[in-house]
Design a protein. Structure first.
Length: 366
């Protein structure tokens, strides 16, 4: 069995990352075969998957199969830093570059020089940083914050996301040119519920790992417990499975895990019940918002709805006219004229509390 694990770290206790990955299911075996083909190259790789599916483990395996295996592997969560600090963290800064910069510091690109830099949750990067990241990837050099001197770098970039970047591009939240720079190789990790062949091997691994940690002897699964674990949907993927096994070992008795020992979340069941009770499609949400609007204001609705549509789209696109026009499928001139007419170009933001409930509902739908 091919098993990948993260290096031990105190931070893993509170992390949402998967700490183990196996490749027993046919889908996982196909992914592993593809991964082994592309790993020795220098190509950038975009890893796509839900939270907890093991994206960092896959990135580390790519690094270990490459010629850079004996060089640094640096993993950075792009969503972990404030917008004001992310540039300094990635590209470094000089002394006095900003308040609190008491000394010069190398960024993560410099730290990973010669090796691999894994940028997790790449979709969380602010647009301004995306521009600078694209330049770094193209020029293969960084300029520290507060400096004019460029520093050559030799780094292979692996990026990961749990969102569809194509939608972020259409919404104006992610640069298309950066996407294509990162997406030379695309690896998609299926959620655990779609690769059931991996569930039992992972369960056995975590039972063994936590039994040793807790000083237990052999621990077995009853047939009923095994069936319950295999039938569950695992919305939290591998990390949820690990937490369930850890908790179960704390309460099970006589070295045998019974079905009643398992504490599984009912979150997914509730979501399915809600979906059957209510139409949560875009059309359904709009219809309910319109229904409330009809009850509140039964006159001049066409103009009001159009105003709300333009206003919501403009805010969704972070007050960018070009992106708003693209989102609505209109020309920039038409979009700009309408935004001027409704006063959005003069006053970009209004307090949510001043907006009628029906308009807020339309904003959510749009």
């Amino acid at each position: 069995m091919q098993l990948l694990t993260l290096p031990p770290s105190p931070a893993l206790a509170t992390s949402i990352r998967a700490t183990a990955q196996v490749f027993e299911d046919p889908k996982s075996k196909a992914l592993l075969a593809h991964l082994q083909q592309v790993a020795p190259s220098e190509a950038s790789v975009l890893i796509i998957g839900e939270t907890g599916t093991g994206k960092e483990l896959v990135a580390r395996h790519i690094h270990n199969l490459s010629a850079r295996r004996n060089r640094p592997f640096i993993a950075v969560n792009c969503g972990a830093f404030s917008e004001s600090l992310v540039e300094a963290e990635l590209f470094g800064h000089e002394k006095g570059a900003f308040t609190g910069a008491l000394s010069a510091k190398a960024g993560w690109f410099e730290e990973a020089n010669g090796g691999t830099l894994f940028l997790d949750e790449i979709g969380d990067l602010p647009m301004a940083i995306q521009v600078k990241l694209l330049r770094v990837l193209q020029e293969r050099e960084v300029v520290r914050l507060g400096s004019r001197k460029s520093i050559p770098i030799d780094v292979r970039v692996l990026a990961a996301t749990n969102v569809q970047l194509e939608k972020a591009i259409n919404a104006g939240h992610f640069r298309e040119d950066l996407f294509y720079r990162l997406d030379v190789v695309n690896l998609e990790l299926s959620p655990l519920r779609e690769r059931p062949g991996d569930i039992l091997p992972l369960i056995r691994h975590f039972i063994e790992a936590y039994s040793k940690r807790l000083g237990y002897g052999e621990v077995r699964l009853s047939p009923a417990a095994e069936n319950k674990l295999q039938a569950y949907g695992w919305p939290g993927n591998i990390r949820e499975l690990e937490n369930v096994i850890h908790h179960t070992l704390l309460i099970c008795r006589d070295g045998l895990i019974q079905s009643d020992d398992l504490r599984l979340s009912n979150m997914r069941i509730e979501r399915q019940e809600d979906a059957t009770a209510t139409d949560n499609s875009t059309e359904g949400l709009l219809e309910r918002a319109f229904q409330q609007l009809f009850e509140e204001q039964p006159g001049a609705l066409h103009e009001k709805v159009e105003d709300v549509l333009f206003r919501a789209a403009y805010r969704f696109c972070h007050y960018n006219q070009v992106h708003t026009a693209n989102l609505l499928g209109l020309s920039r001139n038409v979009t700009r004229t309408r935004l001027i007419n409704i006063g959005e170009l003069a006053v970009n933001k209004r307090r949510t509390n001043d907006t009628p409930q029906s308009e807020r509902m339309l904003n959510l739908c749009i």
